[in-house]
Design a protein around this ligand. Structure first.
Ligand code: BTN
Length: 271
């Protein structure tokens, strides 16, 4: 069992399974390149692939997600969302909301689904769609920084639960995140607009000045105005509103640009 004294003691299959509960089948790997790759290859509903040390995780926008041995909670859960096609783009946002709820009230969401504490990234999420003969499944990949020290983090914009002074028991965290994921999956079916409302309530991007690095290499600067019902970021470009910083009330949403993929930089730090 992972002790409070040493958050990096090795994970144990039976403890993880007990924390996850009977709806999930946990498969623990002492070392794996990418739990998402393993989960995509298996594509079995309810499977949760956990790596004690993930060495070449897949990140958003073709990046690599690396974490030191035993310092992070890295796992991928296979779900059958049973969603109408239109709601699939909201799954990554729902996942961000689920992780934020598991972490606690300090956690906020940077569009689309980075989980931040005090404007520093604590968790990255990569959702992949897998087509099977019996329909589409989703692989929900979650990388949560748990006990990293500052010098072990990939950049200054990252943090860990330990640095934030929060609990670092990876087994308990897996149980908490999976519990919130189950809640989120139920909500997606019952009330997807409610999920989006919950997401917006946790957003630290809406109403901020942002620079969005778009997949083609161009950038968009402006004020994040909203997240729409498709999970897209609605940005009012700075160029269309000369007084955007001085007079946010003067923004006209008719000039807005809708962004479905990209990397957001919050231009000014939180006050
Ligand atoms: C991001 O770029 O912010 C998303 C990072 C997602 C990393 C997680 S770690 C567990 C899972 N397995 C992977 O290969 N990637 C995800």
């Amino acid at each position: 069992m992972e002790s409070a004294a040493d958050p990096r003691s090795p994970l144990e299959q039976s403890s993880l399974q007990a924390a996850a509960g009977p709806d999930w089948q946990v498969s623990l790997h002492a070392r794996a390149e990418s739990t998402n790759a393993l989960a995509v290859a298996s594509a079995r509903k309810g499977l949760v692939v956990v790596a004690d040390h993930q060495t070449a995780g897949r990140g958003r926008l073709d990046r690599v997600w690396e974490t030191p041995a035993g310092a992070a909670l890295t796992f991928s859960a296979v779900i059958d969302p049973q969603l109408e096609f239109q709601w699939w783009p909201v799954l990554p946002l729902m996942t961000g909301l689920a992780v934020a709820r598991a972490v606690g009230p300090q956690a906020a969401l940077k569009w689309p689904n980075d989980v931040l504490i005090a404007d520093h990234k604590i968790c990255g999420i990569l959702v992949e769609r897998v087509e099977t003969g019996a329909g589409a499944l989703a692989v929900i990949g979650i990388g949560l920084n748990v006990s990293q020290r500052r010098e072990e983090l990939p950049h200054e914009g990252a943090t860990s639960l330990a640095i934030a002074g929060l609990a670092t028991d990876r087994t308990a965290l897996l149980g908490a995140v999976l519990g919130q994921l189950r809640w989120g999956m139920g909500q997606m079916l019952a009330d997807p607009h409610g999920v989006l409302a919950g997401y917006r309530g946790r957003s630290c991007t809406i109403d901020r000045d942002v620079r969005v690095e778009l997949p083609g290499g161009s950038t968009l600067e402006g004020r994040a105005f909203d997240v729409d019902d498709h999970g897209r970021l609605v940005v009012v470009p700075a160029s269309s509103v000369p007084a955007v910083q001085a007079q946010p009330a003067a923004m006209d949403p008719r000039t807005a640009v809708v962004v479905s993929a990209g990397d957001v930089v919050h231009v000014r730090p939180l006050q």
